[in-house]
Each structure stands twice: as C-alpha cells, then as structure tokens.
Write a protein that binds this ligand. Structure first.
Ligand SMILES: C[S@@+](CC[C@H](N)C(=O)[O-])C[C@H]1O[C@@H](n2cnc3c(N)ncnc32)[C@H](O)[C@@H]1O
Length: 262
C-alpha cells in the first residue's frame, strides 16, 4: 500500500431502531459519524441520517408504489463504494436482520469479498409494544411471543396456523393494511374474539399512537397514519390488556414515548 492509498472500505449494516435517535446504539452513532456514504430506507427519519454529517446520502427506500432502486442495485452501490475505500453505512429501521433483507445484503457482500459488519438495532417488534406499555412476555399471561410479517397470508399462515389459540403473544409487522384478514384468520382458527389486540403506530416517532381493543374489532380499528405515513404493527394477546394501566404511566413520565387512545 502506498502512503496515499486509502484503507479498504467497510460496509456496516446498521439498525436504526424504531426512529428516536436516543434509541440508537453507540456503535450505530460511531459508524454514522465516520461514514462516507449512507444508504437509508424509507422508515429511517431524516434526523438520523443527519447524524452522518460528512457522508453522501442516498435514499434507497422501497415503500409501496415507490420503488427507488431494486435490491440488486443496492448491493452494487454498496460494493462499488466499498471497493473505492468508502466507509458505507446501510441504515435500516429496527434491526437489519428482522424483515430487513439484511441477510441478503450480508451474503452479497460476503460473495463480493467486501469486509462488512452488522450493528444490531432495536427492532420495532420489541420496542413498539414496549413503548406502548405492552410487556410481550408478562409472566402468567404469555410465556413467549412470535413475530411474523403480515404482508401476505402465505407469510404468516405457516406460523400462526400452527400456534394453539392464545399460546403466545403475536406481533405482526407490515400487518396494518391486512389487519382485518389477520384477525379473521386467527378467529377462524379458534382464537377468542375477545382476545385483547392493539395497533402501535409510529412508535418513538412524533405522532405515535396506540389503539387497543378486541381481536374482533381489530379490522375496523380506526388507525390514521396521517400525512407522515407512520409505520405500524399489531400486537395480539392477553398482554395487550396491560397497556390500559402501563401506557398512561409511561406517557406521563416520557410524553414523547407513547400516546394511547382506545
Ligand atoms: C420492512 S419491516 C422492517 C422491520 C425492522 N427491521 C425492525 O426490526 O423493526 C417494516 C415494518 O416494521 C414495523 N415498524 C418499523 N418501525 C416502526 C415503528 N417505529 N413503529 C411501529 N412499527 C414499526 C412496521 O410494521 C413496518 O411495516
């Protein structure tokens, strides 16, 4: 290596957590501060991307109907930049390996011989219920929880179809739109229609809101995602009933963390 040669690049697959910069890890902050290039997803708020002041920033989000670049294009961008010697941060909401296609990106980088690392983030599957006052494994109410994608029945049926009714708390990401179908699916498989259910909208974002009610009312739950197009998740199980007690206390102590309406 000559004196002028740049060190080899590095790609950091970084979890941004649910949205609030205070919920980033210290390692995520370090990688953003040192980044030459940040590739960020739609659900990552701008204020997190601004934590990389010296980086070029490139939006590679894929929200319904707004595909800016395909997955292969993202791989090529990361690989090209790293080969130039850039420190690349691939910034994804929540945790990069939870429904974030981080695994595919890691495999592409490995195949290309690019040094890479994973910086885990706080998944919305855990942070969302917590901020809404829902302890997903409250002793005596649930001894486990499952996390599924609700985007299609084929995605959740293999798991929810094999789960005894009420046996675990169910957390559904990408399930806001199809929430009526998911509720009907569970009730048709023996879940009590009165099972507590909740929608957690925009956890840790401005305008966060929570709806709680019964499973058979989930489909008709009035959930306004507003202009900000806040992301939302579903929580189903007896533990959701605890939000009535815990959410007001949490909101009083940390007003930005949770807003509840039932
Ligand atoms: C493609 S998945 C990515 C999940 C992410 N990797 C994670 O670990 O949270 C996107 C889904 O995560 C959920 N989500 C992400 N951020 C959220 C937030 N702040 N509040 C509620 N749900 C959120 C929503 O269900 C959204 O549709």
């Amino acid at each position: 290596m000559t004196a002028l040669a740049r060190p080899p690049g590095l790609v950091s697959l970084v979890g941004a957590g649910p949205g609030d910069p205070e919920l980033l890890t210290r390692r995520a902050l370090d990688r953003l501060a040192a980044a030459d290039l940040v590739l960020n997803d739609a659900l990552v708020p701008d204020e997190l991307v601004r934590l990389a002041p010296r980086a070029r920033r490139f939006y590679v989000g894929k929200r319904a109907g707004r595909h800016s670049i395909d997955q292969d294009g993202i791989h090529k961008l990361m690989i090209r930049a790293a080969r130039r010697g850039d420190r690349v941060v691939r910034l994804k909401c929540g945790d990069p390996f939870v429904f974030g296609r981080g695994g595919e990106e890691a495999l592409a980088l490995e195949e290309a011989g690019i040094p890479f690392e994973v910086v885990p983030g706080l998944s919305s599957a855990i942070a969302g219920p917590a901020l809404a006052g829902i302890p997903v494994t409250h002793r005596g109410l649930a001894s486990g929880f499952v996390v599924v994608s609700g985007h299609a029945e084929a995605a959740y049926a293999p798991i929810l179809g094999s789960l005894a009714p009420g046996a675990a708390t169910v957390v559904v990401l990408m399930g806001l739109g199809p929430r009526a179908s998911i509720a009907s699916y569970l009730i048709a498989r023996g879940w009590d229609p009165a099972t507590p259910a909740g929608v957690v909208l925009g956890a840790s974002h401005a305008g966060a809101a929570t709806w709680t009610g019964r499973l058979d009312a989930l489909g008709a739950a009035a959930v306004d995602t507003g202009d900000a197009e806040l992301p939302g998740l579903l929580v189903i199980g007896a533990v959701v009933g605890l939000a009535a007690t815990l959410a007001p206390a949490l909101a009083a102590a940390t007003p930005a963390a949770a807003t509840a309406n039932s």
